[in-house]
Design a protein around this ligand. Sequence first.
Ligand SMILES: [Zn+2]
Length: 424
Amino acid sequence: MEPAFTLEARDPSSRARAGTVRTLHGSFHTPAFMPVGTRASVKAVDARDLRELGAGIVLSNTFHLMLRPGAELISSLGGLHRFMGWDGPILTDSGGFQVYSLAGLRKISEEGLEFRSPYDGTRFAFGPERAVEVQTLLGSDIMMCLDECTPYPATREEAESSMTLTLGWAERSKAAWDPATGLMLFGIAQGGFHRDLRERSAAELAGLDLPGYAAGGLALGEPREVMLDAAEASLGVLPESKPRYLMGLGTPADILDGIRLGADMFDCVMPTRNARNGQLFTRTGRMNIRNSRYRDDPQPPDTGCGCLCCRNYSRAYLRHLQAQNEPLFPRLATIHNLAFYQDLVRGARKSLLAGEFMCYYKQFLDAYRGGTADWPARPPAAVSSRQGISALTILAPRPEPRGHRPAALRPGTAWPQGVVFAGG
Ligand SMILES: [Zn+2]
């Protein structure tokens, strides 16, 4: 049998690499960005749009699908691929992160999780075995082990006990998984923001010899440097021979840094959620299409983009659609933002195959941070990097808001002096 992961290129001056992952529903190239379809739908677009955007794999969510409409129902209808009309690879997150977000509605023990459904208050018990069972019913090409997401901030003791719990759950997940189904199981490294715990978690997880691994528990509101340091600690130990998924990151700069640190797979709600809020990613920074400066602007959102939106429509038209609350707006904006993210990782892959990744990294970020975006700049500061890029000065990210701060997108909003936002 062919191996599930083939490494095709390595960057000589960082840990970045390009490869191919084979699943039951076809292969996808890495680095890969997975559009997020939490409830079996990437909001505002359909499976045909995703194919046209060149998405190699999409992500959905075990927790939400188990509650609504139910894994057994989806299974009786032929599985998740048929249900959502997507015949390519699907990864499902296990639900640990969603339960983590239900503070007050959950109880965590060694056995597993107990929680009340956010939909109707019904009590559920959910353990690693059930997480594998549900994902098998869905037919996920890549299933994730149930993990406990260590909160930020957390004490060392909390991070360590959460890490130990997650490792025990990974062992139980492996025992519950039937490799003969052809569905892959990935383990999730935790360890909070303590380097040694991160490294230990990754090393012990690697001992389980699973088909792939992820670094989880990041992008919880910690400073960007702290996030990258923790990601590096996990990615540095997870095996070279397996695909590595950096969960929940992030901005275009986060993704490029994740690639530089050796991650192969990414997911984030940012391109889709921000699109619906009127924020478009462009090669010269982020654009708030609600800004009055676009009222009579005949240019496409991003002159360097070849997506359906940019080929056919102007900034002025998009601003009008947004202002009038036309349903076409979220669709076009989502198509563009996803095209931008697919172009970002495709460009990284191309540069890796050509042996020019760090060149691409620097050029992309120079243009993105130095461009004509709507966000105010702050004085550049040098950020030291642990590996491979000592010859380059990397500018600190602009103080941009994360996707969940839509109120901050209003034109003319001033950022308080000295406030530093994670991301870029
Ligand atoms: Zn576009």
